[in-house]
Design a protein around this ligand. Structure first.
Ligand SMILES: [Zn+2]
Length: 384
């Protein structure tokens, strides 16, 4: 599974001077998946053979063996792997690694001196760290939910309500016991809420929170949260804490996260489109985005998961372009082809202190592929 440790391990692999073929494949159904996975992989790999034509002979043969091996074994990109998969292969260095991805990815095949890891780093950046609290009558189970994986964080247990107090003098006594039970319950909610607030501030923290359990416990706990933590609640779910299993909690967490992510993306894209159509500080489409990125004007780059778009980067001024002209139209220096121009745009935005936001759900941005919010207004005269 994807985590920083596996990324670091891939980065440290000994390639013995051989190139590494990195292939990212999207397995989630979407417009780009209309064609079958085998056909798309064939296209990606054909591109790789062309890209490696200029390499020294032993390296070229290594790449050719990688391409042949992956072409023979397309079944390893099975849809049962979930959203997407990344494969890193180097025949010469006897490397063959595969990672299942927590979300859809831009498809690409890249030949480089090491594993091409930027998409994995972007994913780690993208996925929020959720805290999931399931609140029972006297206990709470707290989980971490990150990149589609659920792990227990801690278990809390409160004092018992003594049922033996029930009965006796009906009426007055029963009322007293109920009041006592209510008091115990609200104390329990306060304890759980206080612990969640503590976890938010310590122990790695979390970005967002979901609360599950029978409705009164969910409501009671949320009411007891401090406002800054209550603001992080993205959803709730109903579950019987007596019969829940990690698998059922995971199912609920996934559903809440997917719904929240879709709502949040819809909101971000709508805002971007509103700003752009009002002539504000936003642009849509690859040409326009290249232009504003080259002007270092981008605050946030929005990228719709999809296909890789080839382009070029100037070796002189660093201009990123979807053109593949051999020389730069600005400074005249030679350009270098890049397999995915959007990667280069992302890199440039990040290095300039901006952020990159990946939009995973199909929507209005699919048509444009990229959009950007700007730091300041730019004149779009540099369309070259
Ligand atoms: Zn240039």
């Amino acid at each position: 599974m994807l985590d920083q440790v596996s990324i670091d391990r891939l980065r440290r692999m000994d390639t013995r001077g051989f190139p590494v073929l990195s292939v990212y494949v999207n397995l989630q159904p979407g417009p780009e998946s209309l064609r079958g996975v085998p056909a798309r992989i064939k296209d990606l790999l054909a591109h790789v053979e062309k890209d490696s034509e200029d390499l020294p002979r032993d390296q070229r043969l290594s790449v050719r063996a990688d391409v042949a091996a992956l072409s023979r074994d397309v079944s390893r990109f099975g849809p049962d792997l979930g959203h997407g998969v990344a494969v890193f292969r180097s025949n010469g260095a006897a490397i063959d690694q595969q990672l299942v991805l927590p979300g859809p990815v831009r498809e690409r095949a890249v030949i480089d001196s090491g594993a091409y890891l930027r998409p994995l780093e972007a994913m780690i950046e993208h996925y929020p760290h959720y805290c999931v609290a399931v609140v029972g009558r006297r206990f709470a189970s707290i989980f971490r939910f990150v990149m589609d994986e659920l792990e227990t964080w801690e278990e809390m247990r409160d004092e018992e309500i003594r049922k033996s107090n029930y009965g006796g003098f009906a009426g007055y006594e029963e009322q007293r016991v109920r009041a006592r039970a209510d008091e115990v319950a609200s104390k329990h909610y306060r304890n759980v809420a206080a612990r969640l607030a503590e976890l938010k501030r310590t122990d790695g923290g979390f970005d967002l929170l979901m609360v599950g359990g029978p409705e009164p416990h969910v409501e009671g706990t949320i009411e007891a949260l401090p406002p800054d933590v209550a603001a992080l609640v993205v959803g709730t779910f109903s579950i019987d804490p007596g019969t829940m299993t990690p698998a059922t909690v995971l199912e609920h967490a996934r559903r809440v996260a997917t719904a929240w992510d879709a709502r949040e993306e819809e909101r971000l894209v709508a805002e971007l489109f509103d700003t752009a159509s009002a002539g504000g500080r936003a642009v849509l489409g690859l040409d326009e985005v290249c232009s504003v990125v080259n002007q270092r004007a981008v605050d946030t780059l929005y990228v719709q998961a999809g296909r890789a778009v080839p382009g070029s980067v100037c070796t002189g001024c660093g201009k990123v372009s979807v053109d593949v002209a051999p020389v730069c139209s600005v400074c005249g220096a030679p350009t270098r082809p890049v397999p995915d121009v959007i990667d280069r745009l992302s890199e440039s935005v990040r290095s300039g202190g901006g952020t990159v936001r990946h939009i995973l759900n199909p929507g209005p941005l699919s048509e444009f592929e990229v959009g950007a919010r700007l730091r300041y207004s730019t004149l779009l005269v540099d369309a070259t």
